[in-house]
Design a protein around this ligand. Sequence first.
Ligand SMILES: C[S@@+](CC[C@H](N)C(=O)[O-])C[C@H]1O[C@@H](n2cnc3c(N)ncnc32)[C@H](O)[C@@H]1O
Length: 256
Amino acid sequence: ACPRSGPFRAGELALAVLRRKHNTTLKLLCRLAAEAVLSSPGGVLPHRDIIGQLPGQVLLASGGARLLLRRPSLDEYVLLMPRGPTIAYPKDISAMLMMMDIHPGDTVLESGSGSGAMSLFLSRAVGPKGRVLSYEIRDDHHSLAKKNYRHWRSAWEIGHMDEWPDNVEFILKDISTAAADMKSVTLDAVVLDMLNPQCALPVVHPSLKQGGVCAVYLANITQVIELLDRIRSCKLPFLCERIIEVTHRSWSVLPA
Ligand SMILES: C[S@@+](CC[C@H](N)C(=O)[O-])C[C@H]1O[C@@H](n2cnc3c(N)ncnc32)[C@H](O)[C@@H]1O
């Protein structure tokens, strides 16, 4: 059997997809346990009816709802996992991973860890030979990011033949005070998703390899201008190459 081909096992994550009106879907995430039940608007489904089944099948809930059961993708997991601060959205993370041109084996710094969504995508992108240094100033966010990461990793290992890499170091520290940590690393890329990302630039730039990319995730144009102003006024050795907004347009195709 190849990875991801086996039946559901207790302890792994399952995603139930329920089709609703107007071509919309409801997605429910659960961690399978023999005694538990999955509750949906269309009735309940005992986990023991899912365990042992191959993913990709439709099972009937007690109220007659048809639930498609499969393993969640990473973007589905991060959208459904417990959240503290707002996550970087998977559509934006994909664009940032491309902008940073991250490869297996790379060392990447992120700040802040937040809920851990970006950390998980970075972990996958750099792979078992790579390393992610994830800084977070708040204790509660640091703990949540670690928990979400651990949860995904441990569930992954039950449902797949390969291990999820243990390559993220979650560091509880204000990035602006981390200059000493930077002396011992060379960073292939940096990603900042935090208030005042400009305060991190003087700290990370000595360790960022020549020509390396620092991707900054910002919510509005005022923040973009503040960042560019700081780079210019402090003569920081960064060049702004691109400012993009990522939009996704869904199509509804209804053959006659
Ligand atoms: C929007 S969240 C990051 C979300 C994260 N990218 C994700 O995908 O889940 C911003 C985080 O940056 C943290 N933060 C703010 N200033 C920081 C600093 N100076 N050093 C480290 N973390 C900081 C905040 O506490 C917060 O958890």
